[in-house]
Design a protein around this ligand. Structure first.
Ligand SMILES: Nc1nc2c(ncn2[C@@H]2O[C@H](COP(=O)(O)OP(=O)(O)OP(=O)(O)O)[C@@H](O)[C@H]2O)c(=O)[nH]1
Length: 240
C-alpha cells in the first residue's frame, strides 16, 4: 500500500446489506465513437435496455482519441478508479440552460472535471425530474411557483421526492469495467444507491456550482431537505 492509498478508504457496502435487485437486461450497445464537442473530445457509447431505455456514456479523450488520465497523485485513477459523473437527464437545464436548477451548469462542470483529470460521464435518460418525467416535473414547477419547494411539489402529486433507479446505471458502469469510482456528486443518497448496487466508491468529488439568484431557494432546499453537500447560499431570494 503506498502513501496515497493509506490516506483513503474505498467504501463498499456490507454484503449482507446489498439490496436484492432484478438486474436490468442490456439488449444493445453501440461501438465507442469519438465525438468532438464544445467541452472537448469524448468517446461516446449508447446503451439500450429491454424496457426501451437508452443512455449515453462519455469517456474524456484527447483529440487523438487517447483516454485522459492522471497518475502519480492523490487522485490516481489506477489506485482509486476514475472520476465518474452520473448525470440525471434534465431537458430544461441541460439543453435550454434553465436557471431554475443547477443541472446545466453541473453538466458543463462535470465534463470539465473529467477532461482535466480523466474519467467518464454517464448521461442517464429516464431520470428526468428525479425520475418523475417531464410532465410531472413541469407540474412540480407550477406548484413551486405557488410557493411549494422542490420536495413538497413532488409529494403533493403523490410522488416520491426522488424516484430515481440506478440499476441500469450500475449495469453500464460494470460493462465499462468501472466497479470502483471517484463519484462526482454532492448527493450522499446517490452514493448510497450505487454502493447498494455493488459499486465501490473511493471518494466524492464536488460538482457544486456558484448559485444564482434564480436557483438560490432550490439549492437551499437540496441542502436542507435532501442533504446535498452544498455551501449555504449567500443570495437573498430567487427572482422569477
Ligand atoms: N422533480 C423535480 N426534479 C427536478 C427539479 N429541478 C431539477 N430536477 C431534476 O433533478 C435531477 C438532478 O438531480 P439533482 O437533485 O439536481 O442532483 P443530483 O443528481 O441528485 O446530485 P448531484 O450528483 O450532486 O448533481 C434532474 O433529473 C432534473 O431534471 C425540480 O424542481 N423538481
Amino acid at each position: 500500500m503506498n502513501e496515497y492509498q493509506q490516506t483513503r478508504k474505498i467504501e463498499q457496502p456490507d454484503s449482507k446489506e446489498l439490496t436484492p435487485v432484478v438486474k436490468p437486461r442490456l439488449i444493445a450497445q453501440s461501438p465507442a465513437v469519438c465525438v468532438p464537442t464544445a467541452h472537448g473530445h469524448f468517446k461516446m457509447m449508447a446503451w439500450q435496455f429491454a424496457d426501451g431505455s437508452e443512455h449515453l456514456s462519455l469517456q474524456a479523450v484527447d483529440a487523438e482519441g487517447n483516454p485522459r488520465t492522471v497518475s502519480g497523485d492523490k487522485n490516481d485513477a489506477r489506485l482509486f478508479g476514475p472520476a465518474v459523473r452520473i448525470h440525471s437527464e434534465c431537458a430544461t437545464g441541460d439543453i435550454f440552460g434553465s436557471f431554475r436548477c443547477d443541472c446545466g451548469a453541473q453538466l458543463a462542470q462535470g465534463l470539465r472535471i473529467i477532461q482535466e483529470r480523466g474519467g467518464y460521464l454517464i448521461y442517464v435518460r429516464q431520470h428526468e425530474g428525479r425520475g418523475i418525467g417531464l410532465v410531472n416535473k413541469l407540474r412540480a414547477y407550477s406548484l413551486q411557483s405557488e410557493g411549494l419547494d422542490t420536495v413538497d411539489a413532488n409529494l403533493a402529486q403523490g410522488l416520491a421526492a426522488d424516484q430515481r433507479d440506478y440499476r441500469q446505471t450500475a449495469v453500464i458502469l460494470r460493462a465499462l469495467g468501472l466497479d470502483t469510482i471517484q463519484l462526482i456528486s454532492n448527493n450522499p443518497a446517490k452514493k448510497q444507491a450505487l454502493l447498494e448496487l455493488g459499486i465501490r466508491i473511493s471518494g466524492l468529488i464536488s460538482d457544486e456550482i456558484e448559485p444564482r439568484p434564480e436557483n438560490h431557494t432550490y439549492l437551499e432546499t437540496k441542502r436542507e431537505r435532501m442533504n446535498h453537500l452544498l455551501t449555504p447560499s449567500h443570495h437573498q431570494k430567487d427572482t422569477p
